[in-house]
Design a protein around this ligand. Structure first.
Ligand code: GTP
Length: 235
């Protein structure tokens, strides 16, 4: 197995499936099955999920809301997605623990690093909700931070696109995909992988990122087995 402990980052939007907002049951069930598949291979899995299918802080700011206020609402949105994913995973027999960066003890454990590590060691999937608990940070930053804290081997960033391209493949038909790229090349070419705070945290801590298409079942397993899927960013 190429990786033993991973952090899987999922976007909130991907949970919508073909819907306009909210959570698509089939999509979340499909994610749960893919996660179960690698859990059954003995992989330790931590997950961070976004909240954009429910609420986006940036849009709220455009509408005149204070940015920090909107960001906190976005953190709550990630908790809704985290609870949905937790339920979907438990429905297929995967033990999970949810830890929140903002205390809400009736529905979640608080984030406690050492406890999270123990959960991973006991083969529980640990979902980290509420981002970093701070405004002005994205869930990509939460993913980088938690991955480093958990000593994960890699961040697997599941997206709709199957890797990093020379240009946006949804707009530019000539765009080609990188199999491998360095952090420095991403900076130099101005490519958009994660926001720079999250990206720099990974570079400085030598944590590779794999960007891949999570909507194609089987991709997650292939990555774990060392197959070349998506794009890997490393030093
Ligand atoms: P170990 O026994 O240490 O391996 O871990 P555990 O998670 O099974 O033990 P614990 O007794 O801490 O937790 C039992 C259950 O209570 C788990 O489902 C936890 O997620 C849940 N739990 C633990 N702490 C909290 C909390 O502060 N709030 C909520 N809502 N649930 C919690």
């Amino acid at each position: 197995m190429k990786y033993k402990r991973i952090l899987l980052k999922l976007s909130g939007e991907s949970l919508m499936g073909d819907k306009q907002f909210g959570i698509d049951n089939n999509r979340i069930h499909s994610y749960a099955l893919q996660i179960k598949e690698i859990r059954d291979m003995g992989i330790q899995i931590a997950i961070v999920i976004g909240g954009g299918n429910i609420f986006r802080g940036v849009q709220a700011e455009a509408g005149g809301m204070d940015r920090t206020h909107g960001d906190y609402m976005g953190m709550l949105a990630t908790m809704i997605n985290s609870m949905a994913l937790q339920a979907a995973l438990e429905a297929v027999g995967v033990h999970t623990r949810l830890q929140s960066a903002i205390e809400m003890k009736e529905i979640s454990e608080p984030f406690i690093r050492r406890k999270a590590v123990r959960h991973l060691e006991k083969s529980r999937v640990v979902i980290f909700g509420a981002g970093t608990g701070n405004p002005f940070f994205t869930t990509d930053s939460a993913a980088s931070l938690r991955a480093i804290e958990m000593n994960a081997d890699v961040i697997l960033k599941g997206t709709r696109v199957d890797g990093i391209y020379t240009a946006d493949p949804e707009k530019d038909k000539m765009a080609t995909k990188f199999k491998e790229i360095t952090f420095d090349e991403v900076y130099a070419k101005g490519l958009n992988v994660m926001d720079l705070t999250a990206f720099t945290l990974c570079k400085e801590n030598d944590l590779p990122i794999i960007v891949f298409d999570m909507d194609t079942p089987g991709n997650l397993k292939k990555i774990i087995e060392g197959e070349q899927v998506g794009t890997i960013v490393k030093n």
